[in-house]
Design a protein around this ligand. Structure first.
Ligand code: GDP
Ligand code: ZN
Length: 448
């Protein structure tokens, strides 16, 4: 572990001004730095109210200093935390002071990476830290907390242990060749194989649900220009459950607006931007729009002519299986009342983005697709890479079962079970490649 000697520092609170801003330092020099800032040795886990001093003795700010000697800290290293006034300027000056005293700027996710490398948390728990910070709904936050507490990891470990027990059984059989066939045909073994398979399938299902919980529902709003997509998005954004984020883009950028409605990410796409185009800028826009549709869990088609048949035809040319909701907008002009109909598995909603009549029907529809109302009791958050690892584990497990059942090939089965076990180990990080770690932690925010 090369990083142990060097000491990292970062502002841990979100950018911008706030009442309080927190800086974090981790590594061997954190103790020295704490003494230099405080002017004396800090007491462990004690809140010192102190002046944070510059090299010339001048006071940069006054605040709380906390000292967590290793190993009882988030990273497992010596950790220093400064709680200062949440001014970006003050925090920048304090960070510069920490660097002057021998720390270096932390990379994104480096504190959590160190926590993982020192065995404070496993990889799935480290990912849950990021999921918790990014959670877009209360259900997602509760589920991320469960993963952080280790509930998901515990399930993975329990499954891994079952796989190991099977492997031990089979390897024991191989070691006693005269009894091998009997061993491999024992009803207890068959029962254990079935139970393990059941666990694997159950965990895979819950993990898939965990990914949906963590990611939220990705909804794309499509339609011709001027049907009222932006108006609809704005009307939804005015709901108190929406977090409005500015997404920078040029006028030709089709993905210029996104909001987060209670964990549901909504993105606009103009179908005008999906037609074939000669020019480069427009082609790039089309590429992104198509990408957006391919990733969507749900596409909402907006129409304003009362009969969406033409728009639905247009959508059939788009590579998306996701259209499930058609919004017939501007009922205030048409003099229609807000209502809902279901035809050929597609939900049609009549509403007005301008008067907001019928808007709650759309919100309910979105929440239904997001699985809201579905109980999140016991749910944990997970990631696509966890699902991929479990699918690999399942494939190796099934191969092992086939080797046993069809050929009594104990050695092959044992080898497949070893691979299934490795795939499970990748989830918690017991088996991991450096580039995977880099990829995971680089997606964190700085200071975490
Ligand atoms: P977009 O191009 O699909 O994003 O459409 P906009 O949201 O920019 O709306 C196009 C025009 O339709 C604007 O003048 C809106 O004010 C108007 N509009 C949008 N929704 C409604 C509605 O429900 N009723 C009425 N009367 N006008 C609407
Ligand atoms: Zn628009």
């Amino acid at each position: 572990m090369s990083g142990r000697a060097d000491t990292i520092a970062a502002v841990a609170t979100a950018p911008g001004a706030g009442g309080v801003g927190v800086l974090r330092v981790s590594g061997d020099r954190a103790g020295e730095i704490a003494r230099a800032v405080l002017g004396r040795a800090p007491r462990a886990r004690h809140a010192h109210y102190a002046a944070f001093r510059a090299a010339d003795g001048g006071v940069i700010d006054r605040g709380i200093l906390l000292w967590f000697p290793a190993p009882h800290s988030y990273t497992g290293e010596d950790v220093l935390e400064l709680q200062a006034h949440g001014s970006p300027v003050v925090l920048r000056m304090l960070l510069a002071r920490l660097v002057e005293l021998g720390a270096r700027h932390a990379r994104a996710g480096e504190f959590s990476e160190r926590a993982f490398l020192h065995g404070r948390i496993d990889l799935a728990q480290a990912e849950a830290v990021a999921d918790l910070i990014a959670s877009g709904s209360e259900a997602a936050a509760r589920a991320a907390q469960r993963s952080l507490e280790g509930e998901f990891s515990t399930r993975v470990h329990a499954l891994a242990e079952r796989v190991v027990r099977l492997r031990v059984w089979i390897e024991a059989a191989i070691d006693f060749p005269e009894e091998e066939i009997d061993f491999l045909k024992a009803p207890e073994l068959a029962a254990e194989v079935d139970a393990t398979r059941g666990d694997l399938h159950a965990l895979l299902g819950e993990t898939r649900r965990g990914v949906r919980l963590a990611d939220g529902l990705h909804v794309v709003i499509v339609g011709r220009p001027n049907v009222g997509k932006s108006s609809l998005l704005n009307a939804l954004a005015a709901s108190e459950r929406a977090i409005v984020t500015d997404v920078a883009g040029t006028t030709r950028d089709v993905l210029r607006e996104t909001i987060d409605l209670d964990g549901i990410a909504l993105t606009l796409v103009d179908t005008a931007g999906l037609r074939d185009a000669a020019d480069v800028v427009e082609r790039e826009g089309i590429r992104r729009a198509r990408g957006e549709l391919e990733r969507a869990d749900l596409a909402v088609l907006v129409s304003d002519d009362g009969d969406a048949a033409r728009d639905l035809d247009l959508l059939r040319t788009i590579p998306s299986r996701a259209v499930r909701v058609v919004v017939h907008n501007k009922i205030d002009l048409a003099g229609t009342r807000a209502h809902r109909e279901e035809r050929d598995g597609i939900v049609h909603l009549w509403l007005s983005a301008r008067s907001r009549e019928g808007l709650d029907g759309l919100v309910a529809e979105l929440r239904r697709h997001a699985g809201a109302g579905e109980s999140d009791a016991g749910a944990f958050t997970a990631r696509a890479r966890h699902v991929a690892a479990l699918e690999r584990a399942r494939a190796h497990f099934d191969a092992a079962v086939a080797a046993l059942a069809e050929r009594n090939a104990g050695e092959l089965a044992a080898e497949d079970l070893r691979r299934a076990h490795d795939a499970l180990g990748e989830i918690t990080g017991e088996v991991s490649a450096d580039d995977l770690l880099g990829e995971i932690f680089s997606s964190f925010c700085i200071g975490k």
